[in-house]
Design a binder for this molecule. Structure first.
Ligand code: C2E
Ligand code: MG
Ligand code: MG
Ligand code: MG
Length: 285
């Protein structure tokens, strides 16, 4: 499946560290210094309106450009940041930078309907300051609350359901979007998860990639239908096959986020994609 939007692919990640022993300690201290050295940035992966095949928004994804080891995957450094408490400043950086860049994109296009989705970690969720941080970026970058979406996973909210439910309710009152990330990797039912005020469900890519079980269309059908019945919008992450895309369109699944449409882009590429919209919509397949 060729990608449908233009733009150069960001260099693929290579595993640079073992997350045990001395390598991990080295990574920790490098990560501390990465801030001061401005080695951290965000990449922006388009979230595509499936019916129109246009860009509806982006997910902000942290990138670490290590001077010697090259790009290190967030899958590798986020868990370490979580364990050391560094995740709080990392998360604040991501929120701040994502909001700022969204404001830039709105100004560049004259269109303020694009949204930005930001991943929140469990450590951030248990800090009371999250609400204040969110309010602050909305005000400073003059964003309508609805164009900022926070992504949380099932395991995060299930760690402390009561507290999470209260906090998410307050975030919803602010008007920001709340997406349930990586759905399909945990054990809770969607019905149970609806006690949290999510408005969007992201079907995990492990479900949509390299998954050839014959019942898959049936399961996909029931997830999307149930999500819609519960009033949720749906993002299909990592959807690859044309038959899945066709099925998702038939089910009126709202969005797709996948290398089949576009990999994560640096800011300049994301900006160009929006400014040069007519060119970007030609399918590359
Ligand atoms: P996620 O939130 O589920 O983000 C989606 C991941 O799937 C991204 O990986 C994205 O590049 C990848 N992806 C999207 N479409 C495809 C596809 O078609 N094929 C394949 N193979 N992959 C696809 P990435 O950027 O490596 O991020 C990994 C995870 O790191 C994220 O998963 C998220 O859990 C975490 N992460 C990234 N940025 C942040 C952040 O700012 N804060 C926190 N707390 N976590 C972050
Ligand atoms: Mg996410
Ligand atoms: Mg996800
Ligand atoms: Mg994921």
């Amino acid at each position: 499946q060729a990608k449908r939007f233009g733009g150069d692919r960001i260099e693929p990640f290579r595993p640079a560290y073992k997350t045990i022993g001395a390598g991990r300690l080295q990574l920790e201290s490098d990560l501390r210094r990465a801030f001061e050295r401005s080695e951290l940035s965000l990449a922006f992966q388009p979230i595509v309106d499936l019916a129109a095949e246009t860009v509806a928004g982006f997910e902000a994804l942290l990138r670490w450009e290590h001077p010697r080891r090259g790009t290190i995957s967030p899958a590798e450094f986020i868990p370490i940041a979580e364990n050391t408490g560094l995740i709080v400043s990392l998360g604040q950086f991501a929120l701040e930078e994502a909001a700022k860049r969204l404001g830039d994109l709105h100004r560049a296009t004259g269109d303020e309907s694009f949204f930005m989705s930001v991943n929140i970690s469990s450590r951030q969720l248990i800090r009371q300051d999250l609400i204040a941080d969110v309010k602050s970026v909305l005000e400073r970058y003059k964003l309508a609350p609805s164009v900022l979406k926070l992504e949380l996973t099932e395991s995060m909210v299930m760690d402390n359901p009561e507290r999470s439910a209260r906090l998410l309710a307050r975030l919803r009152e602010l008007g920001v979007g709340l997406s349930l990330d990586d759905f399909g990797t945990g054990h809770s039912s969607l019905a149970y998860l609806m006690r949290f005020p999510f408005d969007t469900l992201k079907i995990d890519q492990s479900f949509l990639r390299n998954n050839s079980q014959p019942q898959r269309p049936i399961i996909l059908h029931s997830i999307v239908t149930m999500a819609h019945d519960l009033g949720l919008r749906v993002v299909a992450e990592g959807v690859e096959s044309e038959s899945d895309i066709v099925q998702l369109k038939q089910l009126n699944c709202e969005y797709a986020q996948s290398f089949a449409f576009s990999p994560p882009l640096n800011f300049e590429m994301a900006r160009r994609l929006l400014v040069d919209r007519s060119a970007s919509l030609k399918r590359a397949s």
